[in-house]
Design a protein around this ligand. Structure first.
Ligand SMILES: *[C@@H]1O[C@H](CO)[C@@H](O)[C@H](O)[C@H]1NC(C)=O
Ligand SMILES: *[C@@H]1O[C@H](CO)[C@@H](O)[C@H](O)[C@H]1NC(C)=O
Ligand SMILES: *[C@@H]1O[C@H](CO)[C@@H](O)[C@H](O)[C@H]1NC(C)=O
Ligand SMILES: *[C@@H]1O[C@H](CO)[C@@H](O)[C@H](O)[C@H]1NC(C)=O
Ligand SMILES: *[C@@H]1O[C@H](CO)[C@@H](O)[C@H](O)[C@H]1NC(C)=O
Ligand SMILES: *[C@@H]1O[C@H](CO)[C@@H](O)[C@H](O)[C@H]1NC(C)=O
Ligand SMILES: *[C@@H]1O[C@H](CO)[C@@H](O)[C@H](O)[C@H]1NC(C)=O
Length: 260
């Protein structure tokens, strides 16, 4: 899990190991300097839970995780907005949706690091209600290349989390690493597949094709990636991203489906 930029919210006025109560003066200019940046949106900080850990950070309905709940509530109150939390990552990307699973998740191999065959059941999505202040970026599995299963996943998430609590969808995770594992997806194939998937998912949600927001793919920052077919790691990233049209001015890059 990464919870970014939470610490500064709580420590903005107190620096140093030994806090003293000596006063300081701050003199901002009376007028906005010409070189000032645009105002930073209150939703700027990004938050994320790894799919396989979310159950522990959320808790369940009867036993919610009060610490995470307090954190998210505090962020919401300080920023006067709904924090956007992305739930996903590699454990999500390699997971399978199982409509018959009664537990939220099942990890067949709990001792092997990042789960690669996690199963996710419908009740997983009920845990999202434990953070009523949040909106979500819902990451959808792609690695195993089963669009039918991913559509079941997205439809269940949409129904149980509620469309109004979903800020955006995301498809896959770090696809620039897929090539390393033998998947036959070069830059062009991935981009085309991404377009096909986003269209098919919106359609399955009975949503108009342009009503859904898709977050740009999250790419691996590993510099040692060598398996990306059709080019080196940097060219792969540039190619894929250049095919996606960014919209909006917040940190979440909004991509309209079908822009390539
Ligand atoms: C700073 O002020 C607060 C509130 O008056 C007081 O509780 C605290 O002990 C003071 N801290 C120090 C280091 O003087
Ligand atoms: C912005 O302008 C102020 C006043 O001219 C200057 O002191 C400051 O260094 C500038 N900041 C940047 C980031 O250029
Ligand atoms: C909720 O979580 C608690 C603590 O982990 C567990 O004992 C309980 O069985 C869970 N309840 C449900 C309905 O899963
Ligand atoms: C879920 O359970 C039903 C009824 O037992 C069964 O027909 C179906 O094949 C199961 N589906 C999966 C994905 O296991
Ligand atoms: C793909 O997903 C569908 C729907 O869950 C399932 O019926 C099918 O068996 C899966 N295909 C493979 C190859 O796993
Ligand atoms: C995308 O969809 C089109 C139309 O169904 C199909 O011809 C094409 O093969 C798909 N591309 C990929 C990479 O799956
Ligand atoms: C979309 O509409 C069809 C036809 O009315 C329905 O069968 C299906 O369940 C709906 N899907 C969702 C995700 O609401």
């Amino acid at each position: 899990m990464r919870l970014l930029l939470i610490a500064p919210l709580f420590s903005a006025v107190s620096y140093g190991a030994q806090a003293t109560n000596s006063s300081i003066s701050i003199c901002p200019p009376a007028t906005k300097p010409a070189n000032a940046s645009d105002a930073i949106p209150a939703t700027f900080p990004g938050y994320a839970f790894e799919e396989s850990s979310f159950v522990y950070y959320a808790g369940n309905k009867t036993n919610p995780n009060r610490i995470s709940q307090n954190l998210i509530r505090a962020v919401s109150q300080k920023t006067k907005t709904r924090p956007v939390i992305r739930v996903g990552g590699t454990s999500l990307d390699r997971a399978t949706y199982d409509p018959n699973l009664s537990d939220p998740i099942y990890n067949p191999d709990p001792n092997s690091g990042i789960p690669t065959h996690l199963k996710i059941g419908p009740s997983f999505f009920d845990l999202f209600a434990n953070f009523p202040e949040a909106k979500y970026v819902i990451d959808i599995p792609m690695y195993h290349d089963n669009l039918s299963n991913s559509i079941l996943f997205a439809a269940s998430a949409n129904k149980r989390i509620g469309a109004s609590n979903i800020y955006a969808w995301e498809i896959g995770n770090e696809p620039d690493n897929y090539g390393n594992t033998g998947a036959d997806w070069n830059e062009k194939q991935f981009s085309e597949k991404w377009g096909n998937w986003s269209k098919a998912i919106s359609k399955a949600l009975n949503a108009s094709l342009d009503s859904q927001t898709y977050q740009a793919v999250a790419l691996s920052s590993q510099t040692g990636v060598t398996g990306t077919p059709g080019g080196d790691a940097d060219s792969w990233k540039m190619y894929v991203l250049s095919l996606m049209v960014f919209q909006g001015d917040t940190y979440q890059k909004k991509i309209q489906r079908g822009d390539f």
